[in-house]
Design a binder for this molecule. Structure first.
Ligand SMILES: [Zn+2]
Length: 480
């Protein structure tokens, strides 16, 4: 069964979930007004990206009827296939620097390859750096011919006024009960699903006004209970999946230093597919209020600070729960902050103290340098099978190796446990076989000092940079 929110994603202006947005776009297209830079602003899951793609089609369609792309001409078909070189989708969260915007600019001045207009869809545009915004501003002040810029954002207030004033803005909002019901009915009809009265309302009430949430949870309900759905099943589904981790409970766990418990809860939630961005905001809100009421409490300040930091990593982390896990490990261990770890480790490298333990006895010992040199190959061999396993390995380092066994030094017990789980062990060993030949196994040992947590090579690379930049790079290396 295809995934509902992809299968039923609107492909025509008329199908857009918010009627006023649909009207506005139709009007815009049919008036043939010349617009070159649009801003689609509104909450997550409200249909901005779908609208941007529909706009891309409409400005390129060869047979436009009343503001609606035909969906049949060669241009419409090329765009619908999703591989047109002239439709460029950029996630500003991971391409946020001045160089990214420069590259975009160069591209914008080249004529479209096949279509009438090149369309740049920039998602999460508020994430751009100040310099990148300045470069973008120049571009939209005098846009090259045959281009359209569609900027999407959940936080328009973070976009500089100078840029905002040059954009034609379309506002999106959370779906109301009627909009959401219409959206749900499309799937019910399309998939021939029978659903008991009252069940729909529960799904709608739990969507928080997001069309994406709505489709996602409905999809899971159908996968779990089939195509005849009872109200009681929907109730059961939400009861089971709600097991939320309340901020009050988290606060107690932090106070008790329950790192493992917190990590386990986060992993459980990840398995259920919860929205970690939302969870983080809830927690942040709670601790922020507490901090305001207790201004002298350094501990609360630290938690707030770390939760804000985790937010910056959300977009670049390949593993959704990882940013929260990392900051929770730091908070509960109350260990030296990452920036200090880098400085300490830098000192250690310059002093050239031995980082690894003495090699195994016997004649079959492989030089540590050789393993280190090939560590990247191991990561690359593992990554296609499991991104988390790759990330755990990336945060670890090889310690010693003989013909049969590699010893991997890890810095958190949680990483050791995960890597040694049977299914993960298989993946790692597959990677080792690929690089070192058949029959290799491994075991993990826990590193003694927390200060040694960062990868040596990475730090050598960043040695000369300013510390602030270094922290950012480490975060990217770990999460991106
Ligand atoms: Zn067309």
């Amino acid at each position: 069964m295809a995934v509902f929110h992809l299968k039923y994603r609107p492909t025509k202006t008329t199908d857009l979930d918010l009627p006023e947005v649909s009207e506005k776009i139709k009007k815009l297209i049919s008036e043939k007004s010349s617009f070159q830079a649009l801003l689609l602003a509104g909450p997550k899951g409200s249909g901005k990206t779908s609208a941007a793609r529909i706009l891309a089609k409409a400005v390129n369609c060869l047979d436009l009827v009343k503001g609606e792309a035909c969906g049949k001409c060669v241009n419409c078909r090329e765009i619908e296939k999703g591989n047109s070189l002239d439709i460029i989708e950029i996630d500003a969260a991971s391409n946020r620097g001045i160089d990214d915007v420069r590259a975009l600019k160069e591209n914008a001045y080249l004529v479209p390859v096949r279509l009438q207009k090149k369309v740049f869809i920039i998602d999460e545009v508020h994430m751009l750096t100040k310099e990148a915004f300045n470069a973008l501003l120049k571009l939209i002040e005098e846009p090259p011919e045959r281009t359209l810029f569609v900027l999407c954002t959940t936080d328009p207030q973070k976009i500089p006024e100078t840029v905002l004033s040059r954009l034609l803005r379309i506002n999106f909002r959370k779906g109301g009960a009627e909009d959401l019901e219409r959206s749900l009915d499309k799937v019910i009809k399309g998939e021939k699903i029978e659903i008991e009265a009252g069940a729909k309302k529960i799904i709608i009430d739990n969507s928080d006004g997001s069309f994406r949430n709505l489709q996602k949870s409905f999809n899971e309900i159908v996968l779990e209970y089939g195509k005849k759905i009872k109200k009681s099943q929907v109730e059961e589904y939400f009861a089971k999946n709600k097991g939320e981790y309340e901020a009050e409970e988290l606060e107690k766990d932090i106070a008790k230093g329950e790192t493992q418990k917190i990590i386990n809860r986060l992993e459980e939630m990840a398995a259920k597919g919860i929205d970690f961005g939302e969870l983080r905001l809830k927690w942040l809100n709670f601790f922020h209020q507490k901090m305001l009421a207790n201004l002298d409490d350094a501990r609360l300040k630290e938690i707030v600070e770390k939760l804000v930091m985790a937010g910056g990593w959300e977009k670049i982390s390949p593993i959704e729960q990882l940013p929260l896990e990392m900051v929770m490990i730091e908070i509960t261990n109350n260990q030296i902050p990452i920036s200090k770890q880098i400085t300490n480790h830098k000192k250690q490298i310059t002093k050239e103290e031995p980082v690894s333990a003495p090699p195994l006895r016997g004649s079959d010992v492989v030089k540590i340098e050789e393993i280190e040199n090939r560590w990247g190959e191991i990561l690359a061999a593992v990554k296609p099978f499991n991104h988390s396993v790759e990330a755990f390995l990336r945060a670890a380092r090889p310690q010693k190796m003989n013909k049969e066994e590699l010893v991997i030094e890890v810095f958190y017990k949680f990483h050791k446990d995960k890597l040694e789980e049977a299914k993960h062990r298989q993946i790692v060993e597959k990677g080792l076989d690929k690089v070192f030949g058949e029959g290799m196994s491994f075991r993990c040992v826990l590193a003694e000092k927390k200060q040694e947590t960062r990868d040596k090579k990475l730090e050598t690379r960043i040695e000369d940079k300013k510390e602030e930049k270094a922290i950012e790079d480490v975060a990217k290396e770990i999460f991106g």
